[in-house]
Ligand binder design. Structure first.
Ligand code: ADP
Ligand code: ASP
Ligand code: MG
Length: 463
């Protein structure tokens, strides 16, 4: 059972989480995975950045927030003296580490991961304490002792087989003894014991990694919405809960911006066919969404519409078709080496160019990298230019039911056209499970609304 940042965001929420866990535990042994309290990972990011750039006031403000929120929460929960001193010790440790970063004026990716890990180290102690206060036995456990990862700081990948032996070995006896383990989400450690993080939003991934290691029968992701919805409910208020999704639909949706699940969450679960239920901590009785291999198609070929803002389109423009495959190989190799995520790529056969979309934060780095890697081609003029267009969005329409269902792409494009939105680029995955369009960022909300109206909203498919 994984609980997200909002679900553990206050004393009241943490008490609610404890109730949900204890109720579940009465039926089946359960392992709990927690995120940092809402706002804390961002505060840790701020504190790290301000420490590294020696900005005293920014650093103090962020650490003050971290200390105050945890202390206020402990006071409201009436935790024991031993919990309180263990939490305060961790905060002191964190502040000392930030002072070292401040003194050095330098922050390595390794130190950054270690600093970010404190949010979950703190919240797991609070949640374990709240469960204990409601009469069950619980123990806070650090995933650095359970999940073995690669050393790619900021986006470490779990080594599933290596993790299984250790995680099962330490967790199963705890579960069998009737204790509820409360494990830190988001983090792991290399085989040498160096703390790593799985990427922002990674606690969902931690839950399915541990589900895999323990051969769990189900993974429950508890969050602040009723499940995966037909669109981001903050954008489209009439969005509805999707009852069932296949692993690939859920992976595609999260990859294209549905923040409710980390994009890699589905991988460990699908390897062992473990169903994932997404549920609302505030409405535990609701049905939620079930993600599994055997999801039913639903009544629309489209399950949901997502969007990613702050995207940039990079185009490598050639002079002739000669060498295009070679250039494509170099482009994607260079970006992969540098860890730049390519969100979308298209290559028109009549055009001598390759276009692809990256997150805007990576765009300048990507262009520099490509300019260096394609130096020979640029000087020989087999490539004319590498151009960049920013402030774009990708809107993606996802559903297994699109496969072999003609006319969907046309309908998607006409719904965007009807809203007078200009399409910059289009791609359809060969799985026919996804159609993505690139548009100006300012138009994203309207595009999602327009597609939602046509495929899901009240009129055609209303229930
Ligand atoms: P948690 O802290 O529980 O991990 P997140 O904030 O990471 O929660 O994810 C939940 C949020 O994801 C929701 O509040 C919602 O705004 C956003 N979201 C975006 N797209 C969707 C979608 N298609 N369905 C549900 N939620 C979505
Ligand atoms: N606390 C981490 C984050 O904010 C992980 C998570 O919430 O899933 O990114
Ligand atoms: Mg999340």
């Amino acid at each position: 059972m994984k609980f997200g940042g909002t679900s553990v965001g206050s004393a009241e929420q943490i008490e609610r989480v404890a109730e949900i866990v204890i109720k579940q535990r009465a039926a089946t042994p359960a392992l709990v995975v927690v995120s940092a309290m809402a706002t804390i990972t961002n505060a840790l990011e701020d504190a790290s950045r301000h420490a590294a750039s020696r900005q005293r006031s920014g650093l103090d403000k962020a650490t003050q927030h971290i200390r105050t929120l945890h202390q206020d929460t402990m006071r409201a929960l009436h935790v024991s003296a031993s919990t309180s001193s263990s939490v305060n010790e961790k905060i002191d440790e964190l502040e000392q580490m930030l002072e070292s970063v401040y003194a050095l004026g330098e922050l390595s990716p390794r130190a950054h991961d270690l600093l970010l890990s404190y949010g979950e180290q703190l919240s797991s102690r609070l949640v374990a304490a709240a469960i204990a206060m409601q009469g069950s036995v619980a123990r806070a456990i650090s995933a650095t002792d359970l999940i073995v990862t690669t050393d790619r700081h900021g986006a470490a990948q779990p080594l599933l087989e290596q993790s299984t032996a250790g995680a099962a070995g330490s967790l199963l006896p705890i579960l069998e003894a009737g204790t509820i383990p409360v494990v830190t989400g988001f983090i792991g450690a290399t085989a040498d014991g160096v703390t790593t993080t799985l990427g922002r939003g990674g606690s969902d991934y931690s839950a399915t990694i541990l589900g895999y290691c323990l051969d769990a029968s189900e993974v429950h992701i508890w969050t602040d919405v009723d499940g995966v919805m037909t669109a981001d409910p903050r954008l489209i208020p009439e969005a509805r809960t999707v009852m069932e999704l296949s692993y690939s639909e859920a992976a595609e949706l999260s990859y294209f911006g549905a923040r409710v699940l980390h994009p890699l969450t589905m991988t460990p679960a699908s390897l062992k066919d473990i169903p994932i239920y997404i549920k609302n901590t505030l409405r535990p009785e609701g049905h939620g969404t079930c993600v599994s291999r055997t999801a039913s198609p639903g009544d629309s070929p489209i399950k949901a519409i997502t969007s990613i803002n702050h995207a940039s389109l990079i185009t490598v423009q050639g002079e002739s078709r000669i060498g295009v495959p070679d250039v494509a190989a170099k482009v994607f190799e260079a970006l992969a080496d540098a860890g730049v995520d390519v969100l979308f790529a298209s290559q028109a056969s009549s055009d001598y160019n390759i276009s692809f979309v990256v997150h805007q934060k990576d765009d300048e780095r990507a262009v520099k990298l490509l300019t260096a890697r394609l130096k020979a081609e640029l000087s020989e003029h087999s490539i004319d230019a590498i151009s960049l267009r920013s402030a774009l969005a990708i809107v993606a329409v996802v559903g297994d039911g699109m496969h072999g269902n003609p006319g969907i792409a046309g309908k998607v494009l006409s719904s965007i056209g009807d809203a007078s939105i200009n399409v910059v680029a289009i791609a359809q995955g060969s799985s026919e499970r996804n159609i993505s369009v690139v548009i100006d960022e300012g138009e994203a909300a309207r595009a999602v609304q327009s597609i939602h109206d046509v495929f899901i909203g009240g009129k055609q498919h209303g229930k």
